[in-house]
Design a protein around this ligand. Sequence first.
Ligand code: URA
Length: 436
Amino acid sequence: MLMSELIAKKRDGGTLSDGEIAFMIDGYTKGEIPDYQMSAMLMAMYFRGLDHDETVALTMSMMNSGDLVDLSGINGVKADKHSTGGVGDKTSLVLCPMVAAQGVKMAKMSGRGLGHTGGTIDKLESFPGFSCALSKERFFENVNRVGFAIASQTADIDPADKKLYALRDVTGTVAVRGLIVSSIMSKKLAAGADIIVLDVKTGSGGFMKTLDDARALAREMVDVGTAAGRRTAAVISDMDEPLGHAVGNALEVREAIDTLRGEHAGNLLELCLTIGSEILVAGGAAKDADEARARLQRSIDDGSALEKLAEFVEAQGGDKRAVYDTSLLPEAPVQYEAISECEGYVQRMDAEGVGLVSLHLGGGRATKESVIDLSVGLVLKKKTGDFVKTGESLATIHAADMESARQAADLLRKCYVIGADKPESNPFIKEIIRAE
Ligand code: URA
């Protein structure tokens, strides 16, 4: 088989067979197929797309490119969740303790972020001493004992995705549905959980800007996961504005803790109750979504979810006192109000723009080498549908110095569309996609 022939076949609208895809992924992972040929293939895929069979074959070849995690050392069913990424997304920090408090184990692999804020691991490092670099034995032990653990994904899991994703990033070929599905699902399948719930965002701050695209992505991921024998579902939610109010690493950890204390009842909690219900029902811990929601809410009301978070932080080397006293988390030296220069209803927000304000403040990585400032970011005081008066604060900016705070406030004001009419409210949870 020649890679040049496969590139020409895809370029001309042909369909690659399972064997051809396996040959390509194996050769690329081993370094036998060079980046220039894989780049040409990715561009042909960008224009021609991948059909369902090609997507399944690609997912399986990528999954088999490295180690498959065997979670049988952990008792009971194991769940995992994956988010397609958004602004202010601290879902895992709230969801995992709630689900674990209700007896379903979460064995989660996570990454660091490249973009407006860090990934889940960066956020968790706001707890002094915390580490996600767990050996396999410690990961298993923590999941068994605490009910959940979050480990950084090791280099030997899905090496094909690491190489391919880096190449897609620099060749303008990230936004291909079949490539996104195979990238996400190969990692999740290799990580070994029995239940996989996908948190798919749609809107200005999400990967998929339209509901149709989000639905098609979610459906295909659920089909691939189901075909691989895993209980898989996807929850599609709105990302036309940031999730919750905080954007920035330690600030998001604070908001997650406040939510577990029962002090917030907005969209973040709603998303965690919805995803958590899918997991509890799939894991046999609740007979239906109503019972699951009631149990998850109880774990907030009785403090058991907050206690789970503290146990988890301690088990991964962090200072659990910060769960009960958030002044121990990193705090930025400057707090500055971004004042509205006009009056009216917030009609729309540019969620991605808000994320970029956090990046500007130093809360995210512009390149892999960037060092994140965990303390900076912003806490929104006004969101879509709220009325704001001239001179009222839109958000509190947390910054390293006054100059970056002022610049951030200018950038943030541009993310708000304010007008006379109150906008119609849209449902936050758009759809739940399950196995057919
Ligand atoms: N997240 C991933 O892990 N892979 C993609 O291709 C896109 C988002």
